[in-house]
Design a protein around this ligand. Structure first.
Ligand code: UDP
Length: 237
């Protein structure tokens, strides 16, 4: 088995990635498949952590456009990510992977609060740490929270699991002429407004010289392959 080329990695999973073919909420089979791939990465000896989104349950912007106060709606969005984090923890533990959930909004009876040094210790001990509740602040996204946590945790790489195997010039599911980029610079990603990650997340990654790898989260074993430098993906540097 090829050795991993990264020591510590953060995977950003959007809420939609956990939905499977459903329109809303969680699909337990999909969550299990993703957990299986995370297990493969942990078995390679990579210290892995995850930031989960919440868009499969609630998005602050949707609440605000329906008349709610934006900050209040964002709090609901962050709570949605905690539900996803607990579902992923359950799936990982069923596979025998030691896991801790840390929430940016303290919720001490269900998970740990976010404590950076404690999270680092968990990872050194081989535990997968799932970061929930985004950054803990409204008006941010979990993409930005992922770049933030990856920088704080001294990760070598930030992975964004999407529905397709990289960044394309157009949506490959709609446009057969769409081309996949093998590499992109942060500035190209920002200038072309490629809608893979928000601008704040890309800027934060750029400032911290954190490479971003975009890959297909639904291809079994893809996360493990990427950690070994194999498979199809786009690297943003
Ligand atoms: N959110 C927030 N602050 C953060 C991260 C997330 O307020 O630091 C809220 C925001 O309302 C967002 C929701 O949580 O819409 C769910 O996160 P996101 O939309 O990023 O999830 P994803 O699209 O990855 O599923």
């Amino acid at each position: 088995m090829p050795s991993p080329i990264y020591k510590r990695a953060l995977l950003k999973l959007s809420g939609e990635a956990l939905m499977g073919s459903r329109d809303y909420g969680l699909d337990t089979n999909t969550v299990r498949e993703i957990a299986q791939d995370i297990k493969g990465v942990a078995e390679l000896g990579v210290e892995a952590c995850v930031v989960v989104g919440g868009g499969n349950i609630f998005r602050g912007v949707a609440g605000a456009s329906a008349g709610m106060d934006r900050a209040q709606a964002d709090s609901m969005g962050m709570l949605a990510t905690v539900m996803n984090a607990l579902a992923l923890q359950s799936a990982l533990e069923k596979l025998g992977v030691p896991t801790r959930v840390q929430s940016a909004i303290p919720m001490s009876s269900v998970c740990e609060p976010f404590i950076r040094r404690r999270a680092q210790r968990h990872m050194e001990k081989g535990r997968v740490v799932i970061f929930a509740a985004g950054s803990g602040n409204p008006f941010f996204t979990t993409d930005t929270a992922a770049a933030l946590r990856a920088a704080e945790m001294n990760c070598d790489v930030l992975l964004k699991g999407t529905q397709v195997d990289g960044v394309y010039s157009a949506d490959p599911r709609k446009n057969p002429h769409a081309e996949r980029y093998v590499t992109l610079t942060y500035l190209e990603m920002l200038a072309r407004d490629l809608a893979v990650m928000d601008a704040a997340a890309i800027s934060l990654a750029r400032e911290n010289k954190l490479p971003i790898i975009v890959f297909n989260i639904h291809e079994p074993g893809a996360f493990t392959a990427v950690m070994q430098g194999e498979g199809r993906f786009t690297t943003v540097v």
